[in-house]
Ligand binder design. Sequence first.
Ligand code: SIN
Length: 361
Amino acid sequence: MTGRVYPDPPPFGAPKFAKTEKNVFAARTMSASLPRIRILATGGTIAGAQTGDRARGYRAGAFSVEALIAAVPQLAALAALEVEPVAAIGSQDMDDATWLRLAARTQAAADDSAITGVVITHGTDTMEETAFFLNLVVRTAKPIVLVGAMRPATAMSADGPMNLYNAVAVAADPAAVGRGALVVANDEIHFAREITKTNTTQVGTFRSGHRGLAGLVNNGRLHLYGPPVRRHTTASEFTLAGISALPRVDIIYAHAGMDRKLIDAAVQAGARGLVLAGVGDGNAGSLALRAAAEAAAAGIAVVRSSRTGGGVVERNIETDDDTSGFIAADELNPQKSRVLLMLGLTCTADPRVLQEYFFSY
Ligand code: SIN
């Protein structure tokens, strides 16, 4: 373990909230000497309320971030907090327009010289996609930390308060600079590229596969491991300047008995890219592969990823990618392949260049 251990945070003090600039920032702490963290709120279970005392169901985004902060008075000793609402949605409703808005607000926060780091509250369902998107389009070395919770704020043993505390601690720490977008949950720090959600309900849902964790965070104390391996943020070539909409990319889930109809339907719907959540090594039956090759020949980018949840999809192993014009997803799962392909298609439709993106990011 190569991590750094920080001393215990200073003793907890009472929160000091003063409402200022009502339209933009709903709450702001007043300490001048502490690192200043801007929290961008998007909703999710972390801000959710159960529908009944013992209910499993909940309303996403029912609480404001100010209410979440007020539930963690220990935050006042960690950082001066600013809050900016961006959305109040369950992350299953996260869409391209909200991504573009969130990326712009994250960039604005990062460009503010008074801000040390950015925390984004977000539902866990699509958090890995949003984190990877921001990892590729926001130009900053400052920490960008996404945080959510598996249990609603009103649940027994809610995980949101500690996750939020740890997320602010990571965003405020100079050691987190230059590591791209991160996700903090369940005392773990994950790189945006590596993290995936693996369990429907458990608090330990997030995993970071082959390349492992970015670090641990225990009650605000960071233990950081190796740096991220691929290009991100300041080294990314993707920009949203002048972009008001992203290209349509559909994910097609492969299965036994698959025919070509869903692929043809995606092409008909105007997809400029397809990601195959392939069986095994990014594979599919011959009918589906023929339809995918026809799509590629028509100029639609086709990426072969895998539905297995692990491993690398390499070129030309079981499938002749060179002949079919396919792109191998390398290490990215289907949902992250979709994010990279959308951004890649803002630059080029050339499958050879798109393939290089999958080897670089
Ligand atoms: C969501 O992603 O908004 C719902 C699930 C969660 O936040 O854990």
